[in-house]
Design a protein around this ligand. Structure first.
Ligand code: URA
Length: 443
């Protein structure tokens, strides 16, 4: 019998399992534009309500990956590695992890996206480096990975086009927040990007899709299952997004903090996050026998200065000007600064990360539409984090702003993002655990 969307929707409505052929028929039709949006949306909602099993989720990811270009990295010597963060505020780990693992011998070949809403994007951070080219041709991308062990480019227009269409529909039909749909969407792009080893940084907390550790583990496991079925080595770190990562949010400010991390001068949370992600990649690439060995190797690349040197090679390889490294304070020095003062006293129990990201957006550092321009100079320095004690009138954060920033709105948003209480919160965790071949390990 010929396949038809009505029957496929009916099956999922009745909680039945879809066959590989049915999923491929659906994705091919979405890609070709032959399935009307109302039928696509109906199926997405049926999936969200009645769920897909692991096999169906894998089939959906593969069909979306194969809806466009599949990058074949096999001509690159060495193990190709990639990382993916499920989105955060102040998450600049790629800028550090890439050079660390490249200097240790892994081939870091990554395609990245831009930031939208409260979350930042790696491409925007790299564009805050004068001259840096994020639009490499496939030939340039391959040459740079072969020469420097590291290159990072914008996702090509034809990377998982079915996902692009489905994501746009999910966004307006309240069907984003399903683990199978999120996992297959993210993994379709990772599978199409070609790397052999993929390390996921799955965030949980106020600034993330997943609000609890248990849900973050479920999402990580769903993505790991897809990647392993697709022949990739998969690892995941489950990390906290109940406060921004590191001290700085904003594009130039985050490049600044990345360099500080490469110099070994950054706060503990961002440093540890970069080291753990690097260790997982190095283990996956066979350059370290265990996570502990991976951590030692990663730390040695910071201490010896090799990771910073590789960062410079990476930047110049893509046309960037590294003279900003000679005067890092001048690089972030162009804006006005003002402190946001606490209106209450007590222990900080939580910082709403999404609101901090929105404050950066009001200053001009983010976009509400894909086409918006962003100001690379503006952002925030976070001065107080969960567990700290704050007095009324004491500074919570510093805003870096220009004439076009909405400073008042940003200030109000930061004040509302901070919650204080009388007692010190229990241990504030930056990481919950990681998943490797042998399962989940709490940290
Ligand atoms: N990021 C993606 O690429 N897809 C999702 O569904 C959610 C986050």
């Amino acid at each position: 019998m010929a396949l038809g969307m009505y029957d496929i929707i009916t099956k999922k409505k009745r909680k039945q399992e879809l066959t590989s052929e049915e999923i491929k028929f659906f994705v091919d039709g979405v890609t070709a534009g032959t399935i009307p949006d109302y039928q696509t949306s109906a199926l997405l909602m049926a999936i969200l309500l009645n769920k897909m099993n692991e096999r169906e989720t894998y089939d959906l990811a593969m069909a979306m990956a194969y809806s466009g270009d599949m990058l074949d990295l096999s001509e690159i010597n060495g193990v190709t590695v990639d990382k993916h963060s499920t989105g955060g505020v102040g998450d600049k780990t790629t800028l550090v992890v890439g050079p660390v693992v490249a200097s240790a011998g892994a081939a870091f070949a990554k395609m990245s996206g831009r930031g939208l809403g409260h979350t930042g994007g790696t491409l925007d951070k790299l564009e805050a480096v004068p001259g840096f080219n994020i639009n490499l041709s496939e030939k340039q991308f391959f040459e740079l990975v072969k020469k420097n062990n590291i290159a990072l480019t914008a996702q090509s227009g034809d990377l998982a086009p079915a996902d692009k269409k489905l994501y746009a529909l999910r966004d307006v039909t309240a069907t984003i927040d399903d683990i199978s749909l999120i996992a297959s969407s993210i993994m379709s792009k990772k599978l199409a990007s070609g790397a052999k080893v993929i390390v996921l940084d799955v965030k949980c907390g106020s600034g993330a899709f997943m609000k609890t550790e248990a849900d973050a583990i479920k999402l990580a496991e769903a993505m790991i299952d897809i990647g392993r079925r697709g022949g990739r080595k998969m690892y995941a770190l489950i990390s906290d997004m109940n406060s921004p990562l590191g001290e700085y949010v904003g594009n130039r400010l985050e490049v600044y903090e990345s360099v500080k991390t490469l110099l070994g001068q950054a706060p503990k949370d961002i440093t540890e996050s970069c080291m753990l992600l690097s260790a997982l990649i190095l283990k996956g690439a066979g350059l370290a026998g265990s996570i502990e060995e991976g951590l030692k190797l990663a730390e040695s690349k910071i201490e010896s200065g090799e990771a910073l040197e590789r960062f410079k090679t990476f930047i110049t390889g893509q046309g960037g000007d590294i003279s900003f490294l000679d005067d890092l304070e001048a690089y972030i020095g162009k804006t006005e600064r003002v402190d946001v003062l606490s209106e209450s006293e007590g222990y900080i129990t939580s910082v709403n990360t999404e609101m901090i990201g929105m404050a950066s957006l009001y200053l001009g550092g983010g976009r509400t539409n894909k086409e918006d321009d962003i100001d690379p100079y503006v952002g925030l320095k976070i001065l107080k984090k969960p567990g700290d004690y704050v007095k009324k009138g004491e500074a919570l954060a510093t805003l870096y702003y220009t004439g076009s920033s909405d400073v008042n709105k940003a200030r109000e948003t930061v004040v509302s993002a901070y919650v204080t209480g009388e007692s010190k919160p229990a241990v504030v965790k930056h990481f919950y655990g990681y998943i490797d071949e042998s399962g989940y390990h709490e940290l």
